[in-house]
Design a protein around this ligand. Structure first.
Ligand code: GTP
Ligand code: MG
Ligand code: ZN
Length: 288
């Protein structure tokens, strides 16, 4: 039978097929080959022996959150507790973009925000890049309905820091999921890692993936990758005069032109420069 891996916990995979969930174990060969099965994998399994025989080719996969065959990454950021970090958001977007996965952004806890200046500007910047933005809080029924429609027939993974409200958002989309909600610790300055593993929830002919939150993300990439995959830059960097342009002070830089024209965000560029300074050149790596 064909099935979709919903989660893998302690060597047991929960596999979903035509409305039924099976607990199955991977054949020993996978362990020998060091092949890990992750949530989102499409597998062929035997529903009598309860064994997975094969893992089908993946169209994409991510190390964090560990998942495969993703149609949409819903990058979730709260606007308070934890407070909105444009740097982290742009990092997430770069990481997802680099892995060839489409993304949308979900802002949460709108009910607790007093000053909308930064959020409104950021929302505009993202929408200019063609990134779909949702601004959620529990009473925003029209946003919840929009999300319900948007997530149907897709495998969507929800990623973001701990405590931003990923599991809460899933409960708003469908209360029957009844995901456990953590609390935000003022003392720790973060959530308490309520969700412990990636789990896909069958939803409207697709799946919604709840994931454990993390506090930060190391972008283990080179400057050249950032110059190419930073949100909004992929469409323009080929038109820079130098093929290895890092969009700093090089002549005829298309990215800087687009910023001047107002098509790319100045605030985004400031984050870009900050991230650029924290990364290494590929050439420098090769010398080692
Ligand atoms: N006021 C308000 N609080 C929210 C909202 N969304 C989530 N929260 C609160 O934020 C806290 C964390 O919510 P969770 O849904 O557990 O966060 P999470 O992202 O799943 O966290 P991890 O599972 O640890 O990664 C809880 O106290 C929620 O009640 C919101 O829209 N408004
Ligand atoms: Mg959670
Ligand atoms: Zn350039």
């Amino acid at each position: 039978m064909n099935g979709k891996v919903l989660s893998t916990v302690g060597g047991v995979c929960r596999v979903y097929s035509e409305g039924i969930t099976y607990n199955v174990i991977p054949r020993g060969i996978f362990r020998h080959e060091n092949k890990n099965i992750v949530a989102g994998d499409n597998v062929i399994f035997d529903d009598e022996e309860m064994v997975i025989h094969a893992v089908l080719d993946r169209k994409n996969h991510l190390i964090r959150p560990r998942s495969a065959n993703i149609d949409l990454m819903l990058i979730t950021m709260s606007v308070v507790e934890p407070e909105l970090s444009q740097e982290l958001l742009y990092k997430f977007l770069t990481y997802v973009n680099l892995n060839g996965i489409p993304s949308a952004v979900l802002f949460t806890k709108l009910d607790r925000l007093n000053d909308f200046t930064e959020l409104d500007a950021l929302t505009k910047d993202l929408e200019k890049l063609g990134i779909k933005v949702f601004r959620l809080s529990p009473e925003k029924t029209e946003v919840i309905e929009e999300l319900q429609a948007f997530l149907s027939e897709k495998t969507t993974i929800i990623m973001g820091q701990t405590g931003v409200g990923k599991s809460s958002a899933i409960n708003l989309i469908d209360p029957q999921f009844d995901r456990k909600i953590g609390e935000y610790s003022k003392a720790l300055g973060r959530g308490k890692h309520q969700t412990k593993e990636v789990i896909l929830l069958p939803y409207k002919n697709g799946f919604i993936g709840d994931t454990p939150g993390f506090s930060s993300l190391e972008l283990e990439i080179y400057k050249e990758d950032l110059a190419q995959y930073f949100p909004g830059y992929s469409n323009h960097y080929l038109q820079c005069y130098f093929s290895n342009c890092l969009h700093q002070n090089e002549k005829q830089c298309k990215i800087k032109e687009e910023i001047e024209k107002g098509n790319l965000s100045k605030e985004g560029y400031e984050v870009y420069i900050k991230l650029l300074n924290s990364l290494e050149y590929k050439q420098e790596r090769y010398k080692k």
